[in-house]
Ligand binder design. Structure first.
Ligand SMILES: *Cc1c(COP(=O)(O)O)cnc(C)c1O
Length: 367
C-alpha cells in the first residue's frame, strides 16, 4: 500500500464548497488588503488562542522577526534559541542584528531544556525563544520563571503547535509576543503563506500593526521604518473556515499518534515520542529515532511510504551560520537528533490501514 507523507484530501474535501464561497466573498468585496477577512480572523484566532491580540502577517518567519523588532531587540543583543529547530527561529534573530545563542534540548522531548538556559545567559541576553517542536509544548512554567528572574522577554515559536498546552495554558499565550505560521502543512494551514503574532500587550500589538503596514497607522503617514508583511485577505478568509475544525483535527492527530505508539511498542531499536508531564502534544509531526535512520528511510521509500527528516542539519552546521565557526560536537544532542530522526506519515483523516501499513513496514525492517 502506498502511503504518502501527507495528504490534504480528508481535511480539504469536506470544506471545499465553504472555502470556495469564502474566497468568492473576498473576490466580490473588491477589498483585497487588510480588510474584514483579516480583522475577523485575527479576532477568531485571538479567542481560540486565549490571548488579547492577534496580528496577521505574511508568514511565520516574518511573525518571529516582527515580534523581535516590536520588543526592540537588535544589534549587540543575544537571544537564546534551541540548538535543534527549523532555521527560521535563528534567521529571525539574525535579521534584527542580534546573535542567536543555542541551548540544547531535553534529550527525551527534544524541546529547549530549561535546566540549561541560565548557564547561557549573559549581560547581553534580551530574550528566550522556545520552539514547541513537532507540536509538543515546551516547559513554559519553568521558562517563564527564568525569564522573570533575569528580566528577559519570551518569544514563543508556535509554528508547529497551535492548540498545544503547557500546564493548562495554550502555547502562544505565554510569551510577550509569539509567532505562528499558517504555512499549508502546519496544523492550521492556509492555501499559501500566512502567519500571525499573538500577544497580551496592547502597545506591542499596536506597534506590530504599524510595522507590518509600512510603519503606518494612517495611510501615507509613516511613524517608523516599517515593512510590508500583511496577512492576505484571501488566506484569512480560508483560515476562518478552517479554524473551527482545528480542535477536531488535533484530536485525530493525537489518535493516530496513540495508534503508532501501540503498533510500534516493543521494537527495541526505535525511540518513540515522549510527552513531558504537564505538556500536551498536537503531533504536527510524529518523529521516531533510530541509529539506522537512513536505512529505515530507504526501506520505507521502497515500500511506498513517504517520510521526511526534520531536520537533517542543525542551524549551527548550516552554511548560513558558518561564520559562527561552531566546532563539531559543541551541540551533541542537536547533532544526534539530526542524524537519527525520521518523521512518519501523519495527517488528520489518515486511515487505520495506512497506519498499520507504516507500522508493518517498520516491523519488517527490524525483523
Ligand atoms: C514553519 C516554521 C516557521 C516558519 O514559518 P513560515 O510560515 O514558513 O515562514 C518557523 N518556525 C518553525 C519551528 C516552523 O516549523
Amino acid at each position: 500500500m502506498q502511503v504518502p507523507f501527507l495528504s490534504f484530501s480528508p481535511q480539504h474535501h469536506p470544506i471545499r464548497e465553504e472555502v470556495l464561497a469564502a474566497m468568492a466573498r473576498v473576490y466580490d468585496s473588491q477589498w483585497y488588503v487588510l480588510g474584514q477577512s483579516v480583522t475577523d480572523f485575527e479576532a477568531a484566532y485571538a479567542a481560540y488562542n486565549r490571548v488579547e491580540h492577534c496580528v496577521g502577517v505574511a508568514n511565520g518567519l516574518d511573525a518571529l522577526h516582527l515580534a523581535l523588532v516590536a520588543l526592540n531587540i537588535g544589534a549587540g543583543d543575544e537571544v537564546i534559541v534551541p540548538s535543534n529547530t527549523y532555521i527560521a527561529t535563528w534567521l529571525a534573530v539574525s535579521f534584527v542584528g542580534a546573535t542567536p545563542v543555542p541551548v540544547e534540548p531535553d534529550a527525551a522531548t527534544y524541546n529547549l531544556n530549561p535546566r540549561l538556559i541560565e548557564a547561557a545567559i549573559t549581560p547581553r541576553t534580551k530574550a528566550i525563544m522556545p520552539v514547541h517542536l513537532y507540536g509538543q509544548a515546551c516547559e513554559m512554567t519553568a521558562i517563564m520563571d527564568i525569564a522573570r528572574r533575569h528580566d528577559l522577554f519570551v518569544i514563543e515559536d508556535n509554528a508547529q503547535a497551535q492548540g498545544a498546552a503547557a500546564d493548562g495554558s495554550l502555547t502562544g499565550s505565554f510569551g510577550h509576543a509569539n509567532g505562528t505560521s499558517f504555512y499549508p502543512g502546519k496544523n492550521l494551514g492556509a492555501l499559501g503563506d500566512a502567519g500571525a503574532i499573538t500577544t497580551n500587550d496592547a502597545e506591542v500589538a499596536r506597534h506590530l500593526r504599524t510595522l507590518r503596514n509600512y510603519g503606518s497607522q494612517k495611510k501615507y503617514y509613516n511613524e517608523v521604518i516599517g515593512y510590508n508583511s500583511r496577512l492576505d485577505e484571501m488566506q484569512a478568509a480560508v483560515l476562518s473556515v478552517k479554524l473551527p475544525r482545528l480542535s477536531d483535527w488535533t484530536r485525530q492527530r493525537q489518535q493516530i499518534a496513540a495508534r503508532y505508539d501501540q503498533l510500534l511498542a516493543g521494537i527495541t531499536n526505535i525511540i518513540l515520542p515522549v510527552v513531558a508531564e504537564g505538556s500536551t502534544h498536537v503531533y504536527h509531526l510524529y518523529v521516531v529515532r533510530t541509529p539506522e535512520r537512513d536505512a529505515l528511510q530507504q526501506h520505507l521509500t521502497a515500500a511506498g511510504i513517504g517520510t521526511l527528516i526534520h531536520y537533517p542539519v542543525p542551524p549551527h552546521q548550516q552554511g548560513a551560520y558558518a561564520a559562527l565557526e561552531i566546532p563539531v560536537g559543541q551541540y551533541p544532542i542537536a547533532e544526534e537528533l539530526a542524524s537519527t530522526s525520521l518523521s512518519l506519515p501523519m495527517w488528520p483523516g489518515m486511515q487505520e490501514e495506512q497506519i498499520a501499513a507504516v507500522a508493518q513496514a517498520i516491523h519488517s525492517f527490524f525483523a
